[in-house]
Ligand binder design. Structure first.
Ligand code: CTP
Ligand code: CA
Length: 224
């Protein structure tokens, strides 16, 4: 069938997108999580599928409808997301990690609902595995695109993550600026490429930001 010339590089590529928050359980009814809605990742998955890629969306809990033409894998915890992503990595051409993965989880998960008692409690937290860093250390030609949610020193912090996780591109967004970041329908991104290039995506809808992001990384698909 007919493939638009500008979509040729995307056609048949296996693209893995992660989206949403993770939930780290402390007991059967309570968990630690964050404000991610999943909108940015879902928009990227939808736009990549529209360009002809084979898209798998690994998503934490989100109330969004499943994007059209995308294979959806639902997970809850950072560990489940790790398993879902790492098991697909060998057959993936491009990974775009928009998910807001929990950095810590409760060290103990209680089987029964915790009962309250007088006085305060402390919850001991342990680190989750850094999924993207793991992927960066096991790269066999995949294109790795990370996201950086920052509230200060955005450029410096984002660039550090490129090196620390062996990324090709990082999309930095300010989580404090009006109109960008978690939950809303709009976002503004700055892309930092491993080769030193930069590109900015000024405030726009998340769907349009997703489209522009894909257009910016398209040249890197050459030779994938
Ligand atoms: N990430 C991941 N696994 C984790 C934590 C983060 O794959 N356990 C990914 C995110 O999906 C994102 C990138 O790493 O693409 C950067 O996430 P971010 O939270 O901005 O950075 P961290 O490396 O976790 O550092 P910090 O939260 O301290 O800024
Ligand atoms: Ca983090």
């Amino acid at each position: 069938h007919f493939i638009r010339r500008e979509n040729k590089l995307w056609h048949g590529k296996n693209v893995l997108v992660t989206a949403g928050p993770t939930q780290e359980e402390i007991d059967p009814v309570r968990f630690f999580s964050n404000r991610s809605s999943g909108k940015m990742g879902y928009a990227i998955a939808e736009m990549a599928a529209a360009r002809g890629a084979n898209v798998t969306l690994v998503t934490g809990p989100s109330s969004l409808p499943q994007p059209h033409g995308v294979q959806v894998v639902s997970v809850r915890t950072a560990q489940e997301m790790y398993d879902a992503v790492v098991s697909r990595y060998a057959h993936t051409n491009v990974v775009i990690k928009a998910a807001a993965v929990a950095d810590y989880r409760p060290k103990h998960t209680f089987t029964n609902k915790m009962k309250k008692s007088d006085g305060n409690i402390e919850v001991e937290m342990e680190r989750t595995t850094d999924i993207l860093k793991t992927l960066g250390s096991q790269k066999t030609g995949q294109l790795l695109v990370g996201f950086a949610a920052e509230s200060e020193n955005i450029e410096e912090n984002a660039k550090k993550k490129i090196a620390a996780k062996n990324l090709d591109v990082i999309a930095a967004n300010s989580v404090t600026e009006a109109g960008s970041g978690f939950q809303g329908d709009t976002n503004a991104l700055t892309l930092y490429f491993a080769n030193g290039n930069e590109a900015s995506i000024p405030l726009t809808t998340k769907k349009d930001a997703a489209s522009q992001l894909l257009d910016h990384i398209k040249p890197l698909l050459e030779g994938q």
